[in-house]
Ligand binder design. Structure first.
Ligand code: TXA
Ligand code: MG
Length: 315
């Protein structure tokens, strides 16, 4: 059985909420990437997520909420966390916070940690689904483990269609990169994963620099597998001239051939195209050369994803 792909309508949202309350899995669009949603409080449903994704281990998942009331039932907010939430929620920001002792999110979804990752998405379909369901939904990116994140309903269908119950089609994801993950450690904001919200905007809001987790810490932390985003093809980065017969992913004006992330050199457009272009090239080439992308603004997150995609999975 392949999951039905349906448009976002009051009827389909009601069906999706029903599936979720029975412990099923629903792919939903968010502004960043498509998420594979399940009832965050139901450990059986959460276990089905790991099974469907074929995750090598129980990485902690992000719980998605649609109001402050829902967020405050699950996590304890410091002043700093509240400031960031008020500035950037709903939106592509995830915060790792101390879990509320009476929170409903299952231990399995938190991988047994005392913390919880929370996000309030901006996409109307995601917030409408959370509202219709009436509680937090955990949702990792709706791809099999080790594949790139899906930014279109068809990507989800190709990767997971036979393992899940329903796919809500909200068209292409406007941001195209996963959320930025911020942890709060000793009262300071720490960048755990660069993403769709530019780090500089967070620093500007706080009036101070955001610390970056060192690379070694990042791969030791759960869920920070270095090659999480690996496509099948070999990736060569920073290449200005691809080899004969090699796929080419480039950026900016005056590039010959290949797929261009943004011919006008716009990093926002490049982020939105990144995963679908990587997927398209991965289908046709054994090796993909990637041209340089400036390491500023969203380029920081784009280069992070490209570096991860270039590392072969050791498992
Ligand atoms: O944009 C996004 O964030 C998407 C959409 C669907 O919301 N979701 C997403 O989920 O990218 P996922 O599971 O692919 O990535 C979640 C990341 C993982 O690297 C995980 O280790 C980290 O969040 N994470 C979750 N809970 C954590 C915690 N308590 N401490 C540290 N990292 C955590
Ligand atoms: Mg993912």
């Amino acid at each position: 059985m392949t999951a039905r792909i349906v448009p976002i309508l009051p009827e389909t949202l009601a069906i999706a909420a029903e599936i979720l309350s029975e412990g099923g899995l629903v792919a939903m669009p968010t502004e960043t990437v498509y998420g594979l949603a399940a009832d965050a409080a139901n450990s059986n449903a959460v276990a089905r997520i790991y099974e469907a994704k074929g995750r090598p281990r129980f990485n902690p998942l992000i719980a998605h909420v649609s109001s402050w009331a829902m967020a405050e039932r699950e996590a304890q907010f410091s002043g700093l966390a509240r400031t960031l939430g008020e500035a950037f929620w709903p939106g592509p920001l995830t915060m790792v916070l101390p879990a509320h002792p009476e929170g409903r999110v299952s231990d399995l979804a938190r991988a047994g940690l005392g913390t919880i990752a929370l996000r309030w998405p901006r996409h109307y379909a995601a917030s409408a689904l959370i509202e219709a369901f009436g509680g937090p939904l955990v949702a990792p990116s709706a791809n099999r483990s080790g594949h790139v994140s899906p930014t279109r309903a068809e990507h989800v269908a190709a990767d997971l269609g036979d393992r899940i119950d329903l796919i809500l089609d909200g068209g292409p994801c406007p941001v195209g990169l996963e959320s930025t993950i911020i942890g709060i450690e000793s009262g300071e904001a720490v960048l755990l994963r660069p993403g769709g919200l530019e780090t500089s905007l967070i620093a500007a809001k706080l009036g101070r620099a955001v610390h970056v987790r060192s690379h070694t810490d990042a791969i030791n932390a759960p869920g920070q597998l270095k090659s999480h985003y690996a496509p099948r093809a070999i990736l060569r980065l920073g290449v200005t001239k691809p080899e004969e017969g090699e796929g080419y992913l480039c950026f900016g004006p005056d590039q010959g051939g290949g797929l261009n992330l943004s011919p006008r050199g716009d990093l926002v457009e490049a982020a939105a195209n990144l995963f679908s272009m990587l997927r398209a090239l991965d289908e046709s080439y054994a090796s993909i050369a990637v041209g340089p992308v400036p390491d500023e603004g969203l380029g920081e997150a784009i280069n992070d994803r490209l570096r991860r995609a270039a590392v072969r999975d050791p498992e």
